[in-house]
Design a protein around this ligand. Sequence first.
Ligand code: PSV
Ligand code: MN
Length: 424
Amino acid sequence: MQIEKSFISAHNDLNLSAHQRRFEFASSQIANFDSILKKIAAFQITIPSWALGTGGTRFGRFAGAGEPRTLLEKIEDVGILHAINRASGSISLHFPWDSVDDSQAIRTKASLLDLRFDAVNSNTFQDQASQQLSYKFGSLSHVDKSVRRQAIEHNIETIRQGELVGSKALSLWLSDGSCFPGQVDFRRSFERALESMQQIYLALPADWKMFIEYKAFEPNTYSTTIADWGYSHLLASKLGKKALTLVDLGHHLSSANIEQIVAILMMEGKLAGFHFNDSKYADDDLTVGSINPYQLFLVFCELVRGMDEQKMDHAQDLAWMIDASHNVKDPLEDLLQSVEAIQIAYAQALLVDSAALAQAQEASDPVAAQEVLQAAFRTDVRPLVAEARRRAGGALHPVACFRSMEVRANLIAERGSLTRSTGL
Ligand code: PSV
Ligand code: MN
């Protein structure tokens, strides 16, 4: 389905006068609103190819309809999001789910929709039908050298596929670990994972990076080889400059102080970027900002401060991605909501009076520090985000616009109601 610009203009015309009133009020309270608008407009959030279909739990999956059947259709879906919000300008592929058969066609389609390819992801957490050896007891850390070799080769093949579409990073999440005490030798598992990753690191093209994701538990119940940011940082330090730690919000034990982790990784120049989502209990993969928007804001405060201190380009120098699953919502509507939640948290973090905060910290004055942070968090920045989107050619109200265009009904008419996207 092609999104007509005229439809977005009509949607904006209809909502313009109400928006203008709200925007005038919001901007009148912010001295540097023009530079904030530019930063919001430049900030792009990658859409994972596996979040375009309906997810499920281990108890079942309630299928959606009109899901993308091929990589070209997944790119088309991200194009729809980007046309509406002008902030979803890249896609992250997962292999072997997204095998690139015709790279020319894939690249052409993406560039027509103004999209680029972000990090590529390998998959050694499932066995594929064509696969010789099983990952049941691990992959890069497996006791058997031939299983490790197979997993190394898969990662190298993932890099090769990424090169075909112009990606510049390999994102590696290792599900290896153990379900019971005594099942694995912690030290040897870690060493074997490191040795395997060294082989993959050697295969990285000169201008590529390797992102190392960590996760406290799941699918393993007792231990995980790369369980937290400490393990990931240790591996990244041993591997070299191209290796960095990737933070997925849902991968921590509950109540972990993620903003503090971010602060230290940024200080060390070892943060790769983010997989955004939200959760109440564990890795729930919920819509960003749907449970704990204050935590998201605090994370962005550390990101903005870290990037400014190191003179980094907010939009370019770290990888920003959503990693979510949609069990009961339309995946595209959910992704529109997630992108907007990220933009809101980012805009609020840009409003923080950093001089006043530093002063409160130096004076050991927690009351003043809280006043500063919450003044920014409680500012309604939605009119600023909407204005940035409007100026970039997007819709004032993405979800309402998506619904009024009847996007899902059109996709069902084109693809059918029984389509199923690859992924989890
Ligand atoms: C694992 O939970 C994860 O967060 C990793 O990023 C995977 O690649 C992704 O989800 C999809 O399974
Ligand atoms: Mn993730």
